[in-house]
Design a protein. Structure first.
Lengths: 202, 588
C-alpha cells in the first residue's frame, strides 16, 4: 500500500440519451472534476510532471441495466464517435456482441487523476530462526476422514523462513486463514510464501 | 489415463467458463427476468451432447437443458459448422418449457467439432395466446407459445435474417430479440474461452480430462448412494388445479429403490397426464430428480452426465411426469416443486438427517400491460412476491424468502427500486410475514407479504402455482409443522376483492387496483418443543414469531411486559405430552 500511486476518482451523474449529449457541457463537467482532483494532488505534494488525467464515461445500450466504463483522454469529448466506437468494441470484447446503431445512453462521467510515485526498493524478509509459534488449537472438518478433528493453529504472522509443519494444521494470518489438510505439509520459504507439499502417498 | 491434477485444472477452467458466460448475460441482457431474476443456466457439452460441465443459476434449467442439447446434437450431427447458432425450446424434443429458450453454439478446434456451449434462459414472451406465455386456459401446446424444434439462427457466422424475422415476428416483445442477442454473445464468449483452453492443452488432453471428470462424478455419486440404506421407499404428493378444472387433484407417486451404488426413481404409479398445462415434460422430471438428489447427497458432486450412470428415472409416457405430444406443459416446469417434495418425503425414513421439510410451493403472477411512463408494453414475473421459505433440515432452519426448491436459492431478490422503475407499480409493503414459517426444532424459512398498486390500467395477470390451502402448503417432517399457505388477492378500486384460482387469468385490471400476495413459509423439521428456548425468544423479539405462536407451537411462554421467558410455565408446557403440530407428514 505504501507503493501505490496516489489517485482521486471524481464522478458526476450525467444521465441522458447518447444522441442528446452536448460535448461542450460534458467537457466542462470533466474539466471541473479534473481540476478538483489536481488541486488534491497539489495539496499532497505531487509535482506537476508526475500528475495525469483520464476521463471515462459509463455507457450502455438503452434498456440494459448495467454500464460499460470507457476511458479516454478528455479532448475525445470533442469526438464523440471515438468514444462510441470504443464502447461498441469493448462491449463486443466483454459480452461477445455489439449493436452499433442501437440507441445508447450515458449514465455517469468520471475524471481520474493520478499522482505517480517514485519506485521504492523492496527488502527480502529477514531470517531469525524462531520456532513456528503455536496459538492454540481448533476443531476443523477434515474431508478425507469425514469428521471434525482438533488440530493445531500456527501464528502465520510470526512464522520464520525455513520453518515447516505437518498437516493437518491451520495457519492464521492477519489477512487470511490457511487450512492444511492431513494429506499435505506446509513450509514458509525465503520469499515469504507459504508452500504446501503433498505427503508421500501410502 | 489422465493426470488427476491436470483433470482438476481443466475441470475448474470449464466451470470458470460457465460462470463467465453467466456473467455476460447478467450484465448485458435487458429483461429483469435475466438481469434481476437470473433465470438461466449454462452448460458445456461434447460433440455428441454429453454434459461435461454445468453452471446453474436456476438448477431446474440446468439439468433440463441436457436432454434438449442431445436433441440439438442429434439434429445437426452431420450438418454443423463453425459460427452456427442453434435455437430450441420444444418440450417434445427435450425442452422443459416453451418459455425457456436454449441458444447453443458449436466449438471447433483445428477444424474439428469438439463440443457445444449452451445457455438456457427464460424469455419475457414466446407468443401464444397470453402475453408472458403462461396460459392457464391452454389445452394444447400451440395455445401456449411458439414451438421451436432445433433451428439454426446463424449459419457459418452469418445471421439468417429470414429465420430471425420469423422467430421474433412471433413474439410480442422486442426485448426478447435483445435478450437472445445477449445469449448468443454469452455463447461467443464461452466459445472463445473454450477454444483458448483447447489451444493450450490440445483436444486429446481436454477430451481425456472430460472422460476423467465423468468417471469421477460417477464414483462420487456411487459413494453417496452406497452410504444410503438399501430399500424401497415410496411417497405421494399432489398437484392442484390444471387451469381447466380448478378442483382437480392429481397425484405424483414415486417408488425409490436404493440398491448398492444405484438408485432408481420410478414414477410408474403417477396419475395420467391432464387436460391443462400442469404436465411436466420428461426433461423437468429428470431435472427435478437430479436437484433433489444433489440436495440429499451428503457430499458435493460434480454436475455432469457421469452421475446419470448411477441414477435411473422411470416416467411412463402419457403420465403427468412425461406427457404425450401435444399436451400443454406451460406450468409443468414448476411441477419440479412437487416432484422434489415427493422425493424428500419418500427418502425421509432412509436418510432423515439429509432431507429437508417441504419448501414453499411456487405461486406466482406474471403481469403484462402498458406503461404510460415508458410509453411501452411491459411484462414481468413478480419475483420478490413469489419467493417463499425453504424447508427446515437437520441442523439448520429453512432459508427465509428463498423461492422455489428447484431454483436452489439462485433467484436473486429484485431491488424494490428497480421493480418500481421497470414496472408501473407502486410498492407499499414487502416484508417477512410473522408466523409464516412452519414451526420445528429447525423451523421452515419465512415467507413474505407484498402489497403494491397498479398505476396503469388494462393489465393482464396470469396466476400460476399451488399451495393455496393449509393442507397443500409446505409440509413439515419428523414432528415439524407446515408453513403458511400462499395467497393472492386483487383489491379493485370499486371496493371488491378478487381471490384468483391457483391457475387463473385476470384481465382488464384497472389502475389503482391493489395487489396483495403472501408467499408462504417452508415446513419445519423436528418437534418445535425441542427448539432452544432462547432462539424462540429471540425470534419473538425480532417480530417473526408471535407471542401466541411461541406458546402454541413452541411451548415457550413469554411475559409481554418484560419480554423474558416464564421458565416454570414454559417447562410445564413443554413437558406436557402433545400431538405434533398441524401439517406434519407422518413418515414411514
Amino acid at each position: 500500500m505504501l507503493l501505490a500511486d496516489l489517485r482521486h476518482d471524481l464522478t458526476r451523474s450525467y444521465s441522458r440519451h447518447w444522441a442528446d449529449v452536448d460535448p461542450a457541457e460534458a467537457r466542462a463537467i470533466v474539466d471541473e472534476l479534473a481540476e478538483r482532483g489536481l488541486e488534491a494532488l497539489a495539496e499532497e505534494g505531487v509535482p506537476e510532471e508526475r500528475r495525469s488525467i483520464v476521463a471515462s464515461a459509463d455507457l450502455r445500450y438503452s434498456g440494459q441495466h448495467h454500464e460499460v466504463s470507457i476511458s479516454f483522454p478528455p479532448h475525445d469529448l470533442g469526438h464523440l464517435e471515438r468514444i462510441e466506437q470504443a464502447f461498441h468494441r469493448r462491449h463486443e470484447e466483454l459480452y461477445g456482441f455489439a449493436s452499433p446503431g442501437k440507441p445508447m445512453e450515458i449514465v455517469n462521467l468520471h475524471a481520474t487523476v493520478l499522482g505517480r510515485r517514485k519506485p521504492f526498493p523492496l527488502e527480502p524478509p529477514s531470517v531469525d530462526g524462531r520456532e513456528a509459534p503455536r496459538r492454540g488449537s481448533r476443531r476443523i472438518y477434515l474431508r478425507g476422514v469425514r469428521s471434525l478433528e482438533e488440530v493445531e493453529v500456527l501464528d502465520g504472522d510470526r512464522i520464520a523462513p525455513g520453518q515447516w509443519a505437518a498437516g493437518p494444521v491451520v495457519v492464521d494470518t492477519r489477512t487470511t486463514t490457511i487450512v492444511v489438510p492431513e494429506t499435505f505439509d506446509i513450509a514458509f520459504d525465503a520469499s515469504g510464501s507459504f508452500v504446501l507439499t503433498r505427503k508421500a502417498g501410502p | 489415463v489422465s493426470d488427476p491434477i491436470l483433470t482438476s485444472v481443466i475441470a475448474n477452467r470449464l466451470k470458470a467458463i460457465g460462470e463467465r458466460m453467466g456473467l455476460v448475460v447478467e450484465r448485458s441482457a435487458r429483461s429483469p427476468l435475466l438481469v434481476e431474476g437470473r433465470d438461466f443456466s449454462l452448460g458445456i457439452y461434447n460433440a455428441a451432447g454429453v454434459l461435461l460441465e454445468q453452471t446453474e443459476y436456476i438448477p431446474v434449467l440446468g439439468y433440463a437443458t441436457a436432454s434438449g442439447m442431445r436433441a440439438i446434437a442429434r439434429a445437426f450431427a452431420a450438418n454443423v459448422e463453425e459460427g452456427d447458432v442453434v435455437l430450441h425450446n420444444d418440450p417434445y424434443t427435450g425442452g422443459n418449457q416453451l418459455s425457456d429458450w436454449k441458444v447453443a453454439k458449436p466449438v471447433f478446434h483445428e477444424g474439428e467439432h469438439f463440443g457445444w456451449v449452451v445457455i438456457a434462459a427464460h424469455q419475457a414472451d414466446v407468443g401464444g395466446a397470453v402475453p408472458g406465455s403462461y396460459n392457464p386456459n391452454a389445452t394444447d401446446l400451440w395455445q401456449e407459445g411458439l414451438r421451436i424444434t432445433p433451428l439454426k439462427l446463424y449459419e457459418g457466422g452469418r445471421r439468417r435474417d429470414d429465420v430471425w424475422d420469423f422467430v421474433f415476428g412471433n413474439v410480442r416483445l422486442d426485448v426478447v430479440a435483445e435478450d437472445v442477442s445477449a445469449m448468443i454473445g454469452s455463447c461467443t464468449v464461452g466459445e472463445r474461452e473454450l477454444k483458448a483452453l483447447l489451444a493450450r492443452y490440445g483436444a486429446e488432453t481436454v477430451r481425456a480430462a472430460a472422460a476423467g471428470l465423468l468417471d469421477a462424478a460417477e464414483q462420487a455419486a456411487s459413494a453417496v448412494i452406497e452410504r444410503m440404506p438399501d430399500g424401497i421407499y415410496t411417497a405421494e404428493w399432489y398437484v392442484h388445479d390444471d387451469g381447466i378444472d380448478h378442483d382437480l387433484t392429481a397425484t405424483i407417486r414415486v417408488e425409490i429403490t436404493i440398491e448398492g451404488s444405484r438408485i432408481r426413481f420410478d414414477f410408474s404409479e403417477t396419475d395420467p397426464q391432464v387436460t391443462g398445462y400442469v404436465n411436466a415434460p420428461l426433461a423437468v422430471t429428470i431435472s427435478s430428480v437430479m436437484i433433489a438428489f444433489f440436495m440429499i447427497a451428503d457430499d458435493e458432486l460434480p454436475h455432469n452426465d457421469g452421475i446419470m450412470r448411477c441414477i435411473e428415472v422411470v416416467a411412463p409416457e402419457g403420465s403427468l411426469v412425461n406427457p404425450r405430444y401435444p399436451a400443454p406443459t406451460g406450468f409443468g416446469n414448476h411441477l419440479s416443486d412437487q416432484i422434489a417434495a415427493v422425493i424428500m418425503l419418500a427418502l425421509a425414513p432412509a436418510v432423515p438427517d439429509q432431507v429437508t421439510a417441504c419448501w414453499n410451493h411456487l405461486l406466482a403472477t406474471i403481469v403484462a400491460g402498458w406503461s404510460t411512463r415508458a410509453n411501452a408494453p411491459y411484462v414481468d414475473i413478480l419475483i420478490n412476491a413469489c419467493k417463499g421459505g425453504g424447508g427446515g433440515t437437520y441442523g439448520a432452519d429453512g432459508y427465509d424468502h428463498i423461492g422455489l426448491i428447484t431454483s436452489g436459492g439462485a433467484i436473486a431478490a429484485q431491488d424494490p427500486e428497480i421493480f418500481e422503475l421497470v414496472n408501473p407499480h407502486f410498492l407499499h409493503r414487502f416484508e417477512y410475514l410473522p408466523d409464516s414459517a412452519g414451526p420445528g426444532r429447525w423451523r421452515g424459512g419465512l415467507g413474505v407479504e407484498t402489497i403494491f398498486t397498479f398505476e396503469d390500467g388494462g393489465v393482464q395477470a396470469s396466476v400460476f402455482g399451488d399451495g393455496g390451502t393449509p393442507e397443500t402448503a409446505a409440509f413439515g417432517i419428523l414432528g415439524g409443522g407446515r408453513g403458511c399457505p400462499n395467497e393472492i388477492e386483487f383489491r379493485y378500486p370499486v371496493g371488491t376483492t378478487y381471490r384468483p384460482h391457483l391457475k387463473d387469468l385476470v384481465s382488464a385490471i384497472p389502475a389503482g387496483t391493489v395487489y396483495r400476495q403472501v408467499a408462504g413459509g417452508g415446513g419445519g423439521y423436528g418437534d418445535p418443543r425441542e427448539r432452544p428456548v432462547d432462539r424462540v425468544l429471540a425470534e419473538v423479539r425480532n417480530g417473526v414469531v408471535s407471542l401466541a405462536a411461541a406458546r402454541r407451537d413452541y411451548g415457550v411462554v413469554i411475559d409481554p411486559e418484560t419480554w423474558t421467558v416464564e421458565e416454570a410455565a414454559t417447562a410445564a408446557l413443554r413437558r406436557a405430552a402433545s400431538a405434533p403440530p398441524a401439517g406434519s407428514e407422518r413418515i414411514g
